[in-house]
Design a protein around this ligand. Structure first.
Ligand SMILES: Cc1cc2nc3c(=O)[nH]c(=O)nc-3n(C[C@H](O)[C@H](O)[C@H](O)COP(=O)(O)OP(=O)(O)OC[C@H]3O[C@@H](n4cnc5c(N)ncnc54)[C@H](O)[C@@H]3O)c2cc1C
Length: 289
């Protein structure tokens, strides 16, 4: 089902992001974790596309499996970073043939080892160009796009980033999912600025529960999300106590999610990192009366 169809029936969606497992052991681990997460009956699940398009085969195989074998509402991520128009057209046809109805269309991050983004010859420079191409080719996918409450790192200013985001929505993005963030006020200010700019589609908050010190460092380096001092201080205090860090991260994420929902966020999108424990704990706590 198209995610936009789900929106017609529910004010909130709960979704999980996975990445394709890299080897057999990870695949077994993934199967166990996904099995646990599916008991939560997510509105939809999404599967990432590796930096520089590096996981294409595994992404396509996994979305095919999740949609057609497990029967989940699935969204495939697809990036234009390393693709010509011809290749993109071919890939879109393959996704259409497997019955995929939802695509998360992104510019993509450069492959590991490179920092600057160089658009491919005869390809696209921005996600909005990819979205426009998908529409111009007559495909009927429901399209998601990325949004950055703390500004995309390449953007010249917040105002310009939001203007570019509006272009992406005008080109055909049906809804947006945000980069992870820890401070709800930043998200709600961003949503208000987007609305002022004429972006009226759903902007679903992306949540990554902190479960370890190294994960906090990695995720904030990548996202540049601001970490509230009280969270950072507690995590640093417990640097050598993984259990305490986990509990601190959980308490923070539960409160963050609870406040987001109370203040009217249109759902929650969890960056699960292919693990189930944290997301299940948060979910079960939120759903308790
Ligand atoms: C929910 C979510 C899921 C993601 N999943 C993946 C994934 O599976 N695989 C992956 O590799 N990466 C993924 N990413 C990361 C994403 O690819 C990177 O953040 C990438 O750097 C930007 O992608 P985008 O689609 O948001 O880019 P764009 O929307 O193209 O924006 C990129 C930058 O260009 C600017 N810009 C846009 N249009 C113009 C214009 N016309 N002129 C000048 N500047 C412009 C924007 O302001 C921004 O700074 C994800 C991000 C999010 C938020």
């Amino acid at each position: 089902m198209k995610i936009t169809e789900l929106f017609k029936n529910t004010p909130r969606t709960y979704s999980f992001e996975f990445f394709p497992p890299k080897d057999e052991i990870s695949a077994v681990d993934f199967g166990i974790n996904v099995g646990t997460l599916l008991k939560l009956a997510p509105s939809f699940v999404t599967v990432t596309y590796g930096a520089g398009g590096s996981t294409q085969e595994r992404t396509f195989a996994l979305v095919d499996y999740l949609k057609n074998k497990i029967g989940l509402n699935t969204m495939a991520h697809y990036t234009c970073i390393a693709a010509s128009r011809e290749k993109t057209l071919h890939d879109l046809q393959a996704l259409q043939q497997m019955g995929m109805e939802n695509l998360m269309l992104l510019r993509g991050d450069p492959p590991a080892g490179t920092t600057a983004f160089a658009p491919p010859a005869d390809g696209f420079k921005y996600a909005s160009e990819l979205v426009a191409f998908v529409k111009a080719q007559g495909f009927d996918f429901c399209i998601g796009g990325g949004a950055y409450p703390e500004k995309h790192p390449d953007a010249v200013s917040t105002g310009d980033d939001i203007r570019r985001l509006k272009e992406k929505v005008t080109a055909g993005a049906d809804f947006l999912i945000t980069q992870l963030f820890f401070i709800n006020e930043i998200y709600f200010n961003f949503v208000a600025q987007c609305q002022q700019a004429g972006i009226t589609c759903r902007i679903i908050p992306g949540i990554m529960p902190v479960t370890s010190y190294s994960q906090l460092i990695r995720s904030t380096k990548m996202s540049r999300a601001a970490v509230p001092p009280e969270l950072e201080d507690s995590i640093k205090t417990y640097e050598n106590n993984p259990k305490k860090i986990y509990q601190t991260g959980m308490d923070y994420a539960i409160q963050q999610c609870r406040d987001l929902l109370l203040m009217g966020a249109p759902g929650l999108h969890f960056y699960t990192l292919n693990k189930s424990r944290a997301t299940v704990e948060i979910f079960e706590t939120l759903m308790q009366k």
